[in-house]
Design a protein around this ligand. Sequence first.
Ligand code: ATP
Ligand code: MG
Ligand code: FE
Length: 349
Amino acid sequence: QLVLGFESSCDETGVALCTTEGTILGQALHSQIAMHKDYGGVVPELASRDHIRRLIPLMNQVLAQSGKTLQDVDAIAVTTGPGLPGALMAGTAFATSLAMGLGKPVIPVHHLEGHLLSPLLSATSPEFPFTALLVSGGHSQLMAVQTLGQYTLLGETLDDAAGEAFDKTAKMIGLPYPGGPALSALAERGDPTRFKLPRPMLHSGDFNFSFSGLKTAVLTTAMKLAGVAQPSETMVLNPQDKADLCASFQAAIVDVLVKKSIAATRESQHQRLVVAGGVGANRLLRTQLTEAASKRGIQVYFPELSLCTDNGAMIAFAAALRLKANPKLLNRQDYSMQTRPRCPLNTAL
Ligand code: ATP
Ligand code: MG
Ligand code: FE
C-alpha cells in the first residue's frame, strides 16, 4: 500500500510517498529559510501562505518522481501537531480535502513521532526497543521507545530546546539565521577549551535539561570580550574570539546531551540509542556520542543528514508503519481537520 504524506508544521513544506514496507518512492522538500532570513526567525503568517503555495507543486513532483498517480495512493498522512497553528492548518486542510475528494483515509501524524522514527529510514536501522534523544528547534527530550507507539518520556528541557539554544546564542553574537548550522560551522575553527562555560544540570540526577543559563553565560562572556556594559549595545567580537566562543558553547551543550543520553540508555537497559531532530545533524554531537556509546557497548543510530530537520519522508513513513500495524486505518472516515499546535507525544490523534 502507498501513503502520501505532508509536513507543514513550521518552515519546511515536505511531501513524500512511502510504501507500507517502509520504502520511500519519492520525496520533495521546500525550505522557507531564505524567506524568513531577513526577519531573523520564522514569521508565522508568511510560513502559512508559503505552504499553501508549495503543497501542490511538491506533491506533483513526488508523484512524477515515483511514477504514480493520486489514484494509486491508499492513504493520505499529514502532520496535525505540534507546530505553528496556521502552518499546521495549511497542511491539514489541504491533505484532508484531497483525501475527501479521493475517498481515501487521512492518517494524522504527530510531528515528533515523525522525527523519532526517522532513523529507521537509514541504511542501518535500529530494532526496537531503544532510547531516543530528540533534539530539535522546539523540543529536547529523552525517551524510552518500547515499540511503535509506546513511548515513555524520561526527561526533557525545562526551558529552551537544544536547537533553540543554538539559534538564540548564534543570533546574540550576530550570526545569520538559522543559527544552529552557522554556529557549528564557526565552531570548527575555534578552541572549545578557551571559555569555561557551565554544563547545566549535568549532575541533576534526572534526565531533564536546561539550556537558558548556558545562553546567558555566552552573553556575559561576549559582553566582556566586546567591552560593553549592556546587552543592548552592539557587540563587536574579533573573529577568533567569536569562533572560540562558538566552540566552547557547542562543547558544553554536546557534553550535556552525550552524558545524559548515555546515562538514560544505561538506566533503560537498552543496547541502542537513537538520535533524531535538527540538532542530530551536528557533527560534534555525532562523533562524541558515537565515541562515548562504543565504550559502553551501545550502538548509536542517526537519521540521514537530510532527514534530521523537517521533511515529508518521516511523516509518510510514520503513517506507513502505523497503517501496516493497524490495517483498519484504511477505513478511517474522520475528515474533521483537527490541528494540535501543542501536544505531548502520547496524545491520541
Ligand atoms: P520541532 O520539531 O521541535 O517542532 P523544528 O521542526 O523547528 O522543531 P527541526 O527542523 O527538527 O526543528 O530542527 C531545526 C533545529 O535544528 C534548528 O534549531 C537548527 O538550528 C538546528 N540545527 C540544524 N542543524 C544543526 C547543526 N548542524 N548543529 C546544531 N543545530 C542544528
Ligand atoms: Mg525548520
Ligand atoms: Fe521538527
